[in-house]
Each structure stands twice: as C-alpha cells, then as structure tokens.
Design a protein around this ligand. Sequence first.
Ligand SMILES: [Zn+2]
Length: 365
Amino acid sequence: MTAHTRFRIAVAIGALVAPLVVVATSALPADAGTSKHKHEVYMYKVEKNIRLSGVGSDGSADSGSQLVRCNAGDQVLDGMWSVKHVDQYQPPPPDTDEDPDFPSAPTLHGTYDDERDVWVRASYPDPSDLRSWQFEIENKAWGDAQVKLFLTCIRGYTEYANSHHHQIKVRSLFGGLYSAVDQGGWFTSEPQAEPWGKCATNEYFVAPGFDLGSANFRLRGTYPRAFGQSWGWSFITDGSPVPLQISIYGRCISRQVFDLATPRHAIAMKHLPGTSFGSWYASNIPQGDPEERQYTCDQADGDYHAYKAMVGWFYLDSHWDDNWFLGMEPRPKTRSYYFWNHYGGPAAVRYGTLCINSRTSNPLA
Ligand SMILES: [Zn+2]
C-alpha cells in the first residue's frame, strides 16, 4: 500500500515539472531530458538438466561439476539448483559370509537414499567472469539423481530507446575464505556489522554463492542482510567441526544505468516482502511429500507487475533439522521453492526475492 501511494505521488510530480524539463533540453546531452523515454531491461533465465549417477560407476552420467553461463556480455544475478528426483534402488542384501575387510558392495552411499542425499558442495559466481556460475553437486544415494540448474541473468546494457542505450553495472564485492562459526545466522537485528563488507547505498547485493569444499554442511538459509546491501548464509552441519573455513561470494548491482560514469536512469528494485526477518513471507510445510511454495513480485501489490524475481532467499525456521531445502526455480516473475519436511508436524519456512523492474525510470535530471 505504501508503494502504491509513492508511485502515485511520483507521477503527479512528473506532470508538474514537465514544462520546465522541455525548456531545459536544448543545452543538454542527447539523452538527458529529451523526453520521458524509458529503456527495457532484459532479464531471463538459463537452465540445464543433469543426471548424476548413484553409487557405482556410470560413464554416461553427467559430472556434478558444472559451469553454466548467461549469454556473452550479460551478467548473472543468481544461481540455483532443484533436486527433482532420485531413483529407487535396492542394494544387494548383505552377504552373511562377508569378510568386512573385503566388502562385496559399496558402503559409502548416503543416509536416506532419496533426494536428501544430493549434496550441494558449491554454488557461486565465477570470480573471473561476470556471466558464469559454478556448481559442485554430489549424489550420495544408491539411485541416479535428476537435478536442474538455473541462472537468472541481466544484460550488460539496457535495450535501445531514442537511439541509445546505457550500461547496467554489476561488480564483484567479495569472494574468499570465511571462518564459519555460526549455524544460526545473523538475521535478528539490523543494521548489523558486516563481517565481509557490503554494497553502497545506491546498490543491492546479488549473486550470493558459497563453496563448502569437503565440509558436510547443508544449506539452512540464504538471505539478505543490512537492508539488502549484504547477505548471510546459514548451514546445518553433519558432524563437521566448526569453525571451518568456507568460501563465500557476492556482487553488487547498481540501481542506476550509466553512460560511462554518469548515471542516466534508475532501475527500481525492491526486496519483497522486505529485508527484515519478521517481514519475510512465512509458511508452514506439512510432513509428507516435497512441497512447493511460490512468491511472486506483484502478489501483494499490482504496482510490481513489471518486476522480475531475480535473487531468491529462504530460511528454514522451526524444525529446521528435520526439514530439507530441495532447491529453487525462477519463473522468472515468480520464485518457486521446494521443501521436504520429515518432522512429525508442520515446519515453518520463510522466503522472498529481490524484484527488479523490467524498464528504467524516466531520465535523471
Ligand atoms: Zn536513456
């Protein structure tokens, strides 16, 4: 509702000052003030299906190490996976005559032999390339796993309007080792001290990623911090000692588009439903089969109908230790999330997305 009011006021001011803007144009560069032109901002998704073999050798299966790219010249804003299926597989019965020093069947399979045994070791933006994303996924189940990989991408420039376009700027913020000591996250109070730095006030944090190396962690949450200028991750350990060195990654997107260093238009962006923990969308996941949840940028306010859900976040709230995040998918106006709750009652989850307008504002003064 507040956004609705704000947009109405902005339109009214534009109408009042329009005659002055027209008078001022003749002495200004081609783009500034010549009209109320806007540029389309092209955003899209990339997807790839992979099949990871279960326990045992399978030369035709895909590698769990995958580099996925946006189109040349474009910029990745988010990378994600979705574990779609793990095949049923019955391992051979134990041989009662077996010598344990010479096992007849592989013993290093996962705990559950289902979707929970697909471990995401790494998912992060390639530090050397603005359009590439690296995944490292390991299937510990007996059966084969079907996994989908996705990126959301934004072009390096706006589309043309009035015979010109402008640069959309994404820059690296950090990428490197961090000592993971806290499994609970840092979501409870803002503003907070950012242990790894944050974006400027005219930017938002994008492309959150991590590389766990060999640590047996699974993701409990990935979410905005510091009003969207930084990011936090929370992991659930499976016996790995903490503190442990893991790598985290992130970038910043400017909320303005440029001719070289000169800002020319803004791109409206908003974290929906909001960046504070209490504002995140909350839902209960019943015990049973995997459940899908969705958040759409304009579900609460039609003013956001042109926005795309570009960076998603989630958090496993109550009964997190019995609840599994199986992945996300971009729609791209909607973000879908998949959870699988094994607790004997409902488990709470929270989620939301950074929504980005698919056209710029009027030229800046
Ligand atoms: Zn322009």
